[in-house]
Ligand binder design. Structure first.
Ligand code: SF4
Ligand code: SF4
Length: 187
């Protein structure tokens, strides 16, 4: 290769490098003045849809009573078996969960528990900021889960539709009519 040809090759290479650099700088400059599409987190927290599936809560009915009747349907529906509880019956026949536990370290936030719940007690919320380095802190007890509102369906009251177990004599339950005396019209 002659000296002249070598020189031409160097010049060509230099021109290509320069072109590449100018192209890159040009792209950077254009993007510098474009509207930003990234969001600063956690300074800015994008509002999430109501149906976002994150932290799970146990809700109350409009009377302030716990909605959960400890029917175990959520635990049966859960694909990773991270829900456990113990059920009890109150004196008035209403069932409730004596304790209720969710292991968030196992939960995959599929929402199947919410779908299975007949009383709308268990609900997933958009709150996703509860990671922890200690895995044991991700085991939530009932007091961590129970809230003072009805969540997504504030007005729903399961017991108004389903009633409670019959306890005591007929007519002895709160809001229950006295039994009709069939013989009262007889002479
Ligand atoms: S969201 Fe899914 S994995 Fe999590 S507790 Fe409910 S059913 Fe189980
Ligand atoms: S949260 Fe719902 S499905 Fe689960 S035990 Fe309570 S009432 Fe049943």
């Amino acid at each position: 290769m002659t000296d002249n040809k070598k020189k031409d090759g160097y010049v060509q290479q230099t021109i290509e490098i320069f072109q590449g650099l100018t192209q890159g700088m040009g792209t950077t400059l254009v993007h510098l003045f474009r509207r930003k599409i990234t969001e600063e987190y956690p300074e800015y927290k994008r509002p999430l849809p109501e149906r976002t599936r994150a932290r799970i809560i146990l809700t109350r009915d409009p009377d302030g009573e716990e909605r959960c009747v400890s029917c175990f349907l959520c635990a049966a529906a859960c694909p990773v078996s991270c829900i456990s509880m113990e059920g009890e019956e109150r004196e008035d026949g209403r069932r409730w969960a004596r304790w209720f536990r969710i292991n968030f370290a196992r939960c995959i936030y599929c929402g199947l528990c919410e779908e299975a719940c007949p009383t709308l007690a268990i609900q997933l919320t958009p709150d996703f900021e509860f990671c922890d380095r200690d895995i044991l802190n991700l085991v939530a007890e009932k007091e961590d889960l129970l809230v003072d509102h009805g969540g997504k369906n504030g007005e729903y009251n399961f017991y108004r539709y389903a009633g409670v177990t019959m306890v005591g004599d007929k007519g002895s339950h709160i809001n229950e009519e006295e039994p009709v005396n069939l013989k009262k019209n007889l002479p």
